[in-house]
Ligand binder design. Structure first.
Ligand code: PMV
Length: 318
């Protein structure tokens, strides 16, 4: 029985500015994951079971732009799989939805891997990533592609969105994995507020359209923070990331994508001994991250829960 798993992810630095061609850093979070198991169906149709979202449906009963149905249809069409096989597809995920941990992209990647093995059509990581990007567009409108990339490769990535080329496809940009010189610990805390990335991305676009020179400068500043952070991570100078997180958070506040709840968690983490903290992902809700000395992780997680976080995850970035 084909089984595939894909991790969650978190953006360390550079969200939002990455949509405008600046770099961003993201890492996999293996404590949470999406899992897909495919068996032959006893029925004449493909069925999808995703109990986490109360979905038990025949493939043909779902609208073609449904994110899960779209993955399956795209896959079958791209590989000329005809007639459609009768599969029983079970999807489970421990990744909280709409909170910046990449739940949608992880389900897509795990589903593509399981499908490719179920119908014996091997896919390279590049193909998985390209497919997953097409599906991300259904979720996010103008996604940068960072989620599908870090989740497909399951490695820390330095990402620059490819610029649209007049000849079609992408130009410039790209993705590199990068080395973590010395492992460091993050506490991830969830505000419990589900905030669609599409909205905050849309609001940043309106802001940018209202005064392009001003917001281009802000994106440049974020890009500078990201470059600095990458060097520090590679050199093992992770303690110096704290100040960079603080300045990235301030820049995200100026882009209006923080919220009182995120600001309260960021403040509490710093008061409890974190070296720095920032929101992560689309913002307005979802998650924040705090950089901590390993021994301080429990006390910072405790402080975050007292300040209203719904859950925390302690993860080591290596
Ligand atoms: O909320 P997340 O982690 O899925 O990430 C959104 C990141 C943005 O930069 C805001 C949008 C994007 O597509 O990169």
């Amino acid at each position: 029985m084909p089984h595939a798993s894909a991790p969650g992810k978190i953006i360390l630095f550079g969200e939002h500015a990455v949509v405008y061609g600046r770099p961003a850093l993201a890492v996999p979070v293996t404590q949470v994951h999406a899992d897909v198991i495919i068996a032959d169906s006893p029925r004449a149709e493909t069925w999808i079971h995703a109990p986490d979202i109360s979905l038990h449906a025949e493939l043909s009963s779902l609208p073609s732009n449904h994110p899960i149905a779209a993955v399956i249809h795209n896959f079958f069409f791209a590989f000329g799989v005809s007639p459609f096989p009768s599969l029983d597809i079970s999807i489970a995920s421990t990744i909280p939805v709409a909170s910046g941990l990449g739940s949608g992209a992880a389900v897509t990647v795990a589903l593509l891997r399981a499908l490719s093995s179920a119908v014996h059509r091997p896919l390279s990581d590049e193909q998985i990533n390209q497919f997953a990007y097409e599906i991300e567009k259904l979720h996010h409108g103008t996604p940068s592609g960072i989620d599908n990339t870090v989740i497909t490769y399951a490695r820390p990535v330095y990402f620059i969105r490819p610029l649209p080329s007049p000849l079609g496809g992408g130009a410039g940009g790209g993705v590199e994995t990068f080395t973590v010189g010395s492992p460091f610990t993050l506490v991830i805390a969830d505000t419990g507020i589900s905030a669609p990335t599409k909205e905050s991305v849309g609001d940043v676009r309106k802001l940018w359209e209202s005064d392009k020179p001003r917001w281009e400068r802000a994106f440049d500043e974020i890009g500078g923070v990201v470059q600095n952070a990458k060097e520090r991570i590679e050199n093992g100078d992770w303690r110096l990331l704290g100040a960079l997180m603080d300045s990235n958070h301030a820049l995200l506040q100026s882009l209006t994508v923080s919220s009182p709840e995120l600001d309260r968690l960021v403040e509490s983490a710093r008061e409890a001994g974190a070296l720095g903290a920032k929101l992560s992902g689309g913002g307005r809700g979802g998650n924040m991250i705090a950089l901590v000395e390993k021994d301080d992780a429990a006390q910072v997680a405790e402080a975050l829960l007292s300040a209203g976080a719904k859950r925390t995850i302690v993860t080591e970035i290596a």
